[in-house]
Design a protein around this ligand. Structure first.
Ligand code: GN1
Ligand code: MG
Length: 325
């Protein structure tokens, strides 16, 4: 498949830690490329996903890797196994142990990304995964799987289920904020792993499949969820999972300073950033817990009980997230 895009291929190998798509690094005489097979269970309309990406790429012309077409001008190639697309590889990598400067730069990059998207009409993008960021819908799905208990796993996570139900006020808070802020174009998977760095400089964002119309605070929340702790998303030792205040501040200050300087945001959007970390951490915890109870049907796992550990770690993180008083 890689050759359909690049012609000659010198090497190809699996690449990156994604939970959804399959990703490969392709070396070719024209440079390094990233090839991906879109998970069509998760993304039923890869053509609409691709159209969203091209709309945003043409608008920005920066801060994201360049999509690559086949010599015939196709952005998406289907074969028996799915739909494939390619990007030019960017010189950069996710941060292993980000410094304060790197986190500040990541926040600032997201602020710049949002600022540049402020004048792109969200109606030009398709809502490819309706209700993607919607903790109320996610909690309903959790309740349904608890009731059905298809794998007999409910008894393995009483504390996590309790935490999910106890934090339900965050559902209403998210709905209130969503109603108050403008509809924008957002990334919708703006975790720290999706920021590439060269040293402490944040070079670009990656993983644009979830680009959709929606509120910006979901992106800020995802960056805070993923970047405010040094613990892995699936850390089995939950005592190691907590928000590190300087990390949290560096991310949020970087974001807010850049966005405010650009003069494009509304007050309600800036206010929403203060609770976005808690909201997105909660939503993600509920999603991982749901998948554990459902039998690991959504998120790819590389070891048993990984989704249980992911859920546990996210609930522990939530407990140390700044929340409204
Ligand atoms: C998934 O594809 P990947 O691994 O970057 C998920 C995100 C979650 C993330 C958690 C389409 O992203 O919503 O935040 O895992 N993407 C989709 O790491 O569900
Ligand atoms: Mg993703």
């Amino acid at each position: 498949m890689a050759a359909r895009f690049t012609g000659a291929v010198t090497a190809i190998r699996p690449f990156g830690p994604g939970h959804i798509n399959e990703t490969f690094l392709v070396e070719s005489p024209t440079g390094d490329h990233i090839l991906q097979r879109v998970n069509s269970t998760v993304f039923p309309d890869p053509a609409a996903v691709t159209a969203n990406i091209l709309t945003v790429y043409r608008h920005l012309g920066a801060l994201m890797p360049e999509p690559v077409a086949t010599p015939d001008g196709e952005w998406l190639v289907r074969d028996g196994s799915g739909a494939w697309r390619m990007w030019r590889r960017v010189d950069g990598a996710p941060a292993e142990t980000p410094t304060q400067a790197a986190l500040n730069a990541a926040g600032s990059l997201l602020g710049r990304f949002h600022a540049l998207l402020a004048n792109l009409d969200p109606a030009t993008l398709t809502e490819t995964l309706p209700g993607f960021h919607d903790p109320g819908r996610r909690l309903e799905a959790l309740r349904a799987v608890i009731a059905a208990d298809p794998c007999g796993r409910v008894a393995t996570v009483p504390e996590e289920i309790g935490a999910a139900l106890a934090a339900e006020p965050l559902v209403d808070l998210a709905a209130e904020l969503s109603a108050r802020v403008p509809r924008r174009v957002a990334h919708f998977d703006a975790k720290l792993d999706n920021v590439l760095f060269a040293g402490d400089a944040a070079v670009c964002l990656v993983d644009f499949d979830t680009l959709m119309p929606g509120a910006w605070f979901w992106d800020v929340g995802d960056l805070l969820r993923s970047g405010s702790t040094a613990a892995a998303e699936d850390e089995p030792d939950v005592d190691r999972v907590a928000v590190v205040p300087w990390r949290y501040r560096a991310l949020l200050d970087g974001y807010r300073e850049t966005l405010v300087a650009a003069g494009v945001s509304e007050l309600a959007e800036l206010e929403a950033t203060e609770v976005a970390g808690a909201i997105v951490t909660y939503e993600q915890a509920v999603r991982f817990l749901t998948d554990w109870l459902a039998g690991d049907v959504y998120y790819r796992i590389s070891r048993p009980a990984q989704n249980r550990d992911r859920a546990r770690a996210q609930f522990r993180l939530l407990a140390s997230m700044p929340v409204p008083t």
